[in-house]
Design a protein around this ligand. Structure first.
Ligand SMILES: *[C@@H]1O[C@H](CO)[C@@H](O)[C@H](O)[C@H]1NC(C)=O
Ligand SMILES: *[C@@H]1O[C@H](CO)[C@@H](O)[C@H](O)[C@H]1NC(C)=O
Ligand SMILES: *[C@@H]1O[C@H](CO)[C@@H](O)[C@H](O)[C@H]1NC(C)=O
Length: 367
């Protein structure tokens, strides 16, 4: 890739009107950023997760020096760390690379996902984050070089996610229109989460037991045999109560006034999409930074609850029903979610922090 990218930049740059001033790349594409350095153009890393995760990355050498992790990224003992007093706590069992069950995978994830990325983000001129001062004020105060320019949620293309090729089911909005305001449970687990049959059935029955309308996104590769995964008679029984789709226009769904809460995997995109719409969460993280994000939602922002797992590691139907009742019967969750939504909406308007950061950033590129 690098040689092709170099050609491309040179080619675009050769036209008088299209001088390349700056290269912005995901922090995981370190090669592109290195190239920018070589070619003498400004280089900016885009960070798509919580900024606190980026902070953690930069502190890795300290974590190794302090004996908290070893040089392969393996946590030496489970403990809670906090990079500064007003930043959220991080459980070392939930470091994004250590979610895998075997040590070899953890080492590889650390090497490729952490050490390489660390090298890239240390060499750039700016780190821009898809986050907001309102979400991670402590982190941005402690790491003033990180620039929060998020949420990058273009309201004028609401729901038209450019990064995904799967077809969305748009008929679902008509179904949402028929549901009472603030009543629907939205259930979606992002791109990667996989269920085993047992857990899938518990979730299905748990949703049914809530007696509330639910909207459930079931990707075809959520489970091995998706067509035969539902419990016996489930589809007939929930005919009026539930709506299942393969893929949903998530931002439009979360924006819909019928939606009351979000049961999901806590990916960062989904987390901010929920927050931007004032929706409280029930957290069901699967891997990587999602475990940390759950703590963020439940303990730091206090706009959601997590599930307890039973001995076999399963989240049971009763637990799903009970947690849902607990979340929806305590109005403080919704109040805090709405308060955050207002702050975030204001931050992207003229005079808001994200708005100003973005303008300054563009001015710096043009300079
Ligand atoms: C782009 O072209 C300008 C003018 O010829 C030159 O000064 C600059 O170094 C070029 N930049 C890159 C990245 O090729
Ligand atoms: C930035 O975050 C928003 C959620 O606020 C998400 O919808 C969007 O896809 C993210 N953009 C990128 C480029 O990661
Ligand atoms: C987050 O959103 C961006 C922009 O839509 C997308 O490119 C990216 O793949 C999303 N992240 C994940 C983990 O799906």
């Amino acid at each position: 890739m690098p040689s092709k990218l170099m050609e491309l930049i040179a080619q675009i740059n050769s036209s008088e009107s299209d001088r390349i001033a700056c290269l912005i790349a995901d922090a995981c594409v370190g090669g592109a950023l290195e190239l920018a350095k070589k070619m003498g153009i400004k280089k900016v890393a885009f960070w798509p997760q919580a900024a606190t995760q980026l902070a953690l990355l930069l502190k890795i050498p300290n974590l190794i020096d302090d004996g908290i992790i070893d040089s392969d990224g393996i946590a030496i003992q489970n403990q809670i760390i906090q990079l500064s007093p007003d930043m959220p706590a991080i459980n070392t069992a939930e470091l994004s690379w250590s979610c895998f069950s075997d040590e070899l995978t953890v080492k590889i994830a650390f090497k490729l996902g952490v050490v390489q990325v660390l090298k890239a983000v240390k060499s750039v001129d700016r780190n821009i984050c898809n986050s907001s001062n309102w979400l991670e004020s402590g982190t941005f105060a402690s790491f003033p070089d990180f620039i929060p320019i998020g949420p990058l949620l273009a309201s004028n293309r609401l729901g038209k996610s450019v990064g995904n090729f799967r077809k969305e089911d748009s008929g679902c909005l008509a179904w949402l229109d028929q549901q009472p305001p603030n009543s629907v449970i939205y259930v979606a687990f992002g791109t990667y989460t996989i269920f085993d049959q047992n857990q899938f059935e518990e979730l299905a029955i748990g949703l049914e037991l809530t007696n509330r309308p639910f909207f459930w996104v079931v990707r075809e590769n959520t489970i091995e045999d998706v067509n035969n995964a539902y419990p016996m008679g489930f589809n007939e029984r929930v005919h009026h109560q539930g709506w299942m789709v393969r893929r949903a226009p998530q931002q439009k769904v979360l924006f819909h006034p019928s939606v009351a809460c979000f049961i999901g995997h806590c990916g960062w995109n989904s987390t901010i999409e929920g927050i931007s719409n004032g929706i409280p969460f029930l957290c069901w993280p699967y891997f990587a930074d999602q475990l940390f994000n759950q703590g963020y939602i439940c303990d730091y922002l206090k706009i959601g609850l997590g599930f307890n797992k039973y001995d076999s590691g399963i989240i049971r139907r009763e637990e799903i029903k009970n947690k849902l009742e607990q979340l929806l019967s305590d109005e403080r969750f919704k109040e805090r979610a709405l308060d955050l939504q207002t702050k975030i909406q204001n931050s992207v308007r003229e005079g808001g922090s994200t708005y100003e950061n973005f303008n300054d950033f563009v001015a710096w590129i043009k300079d």
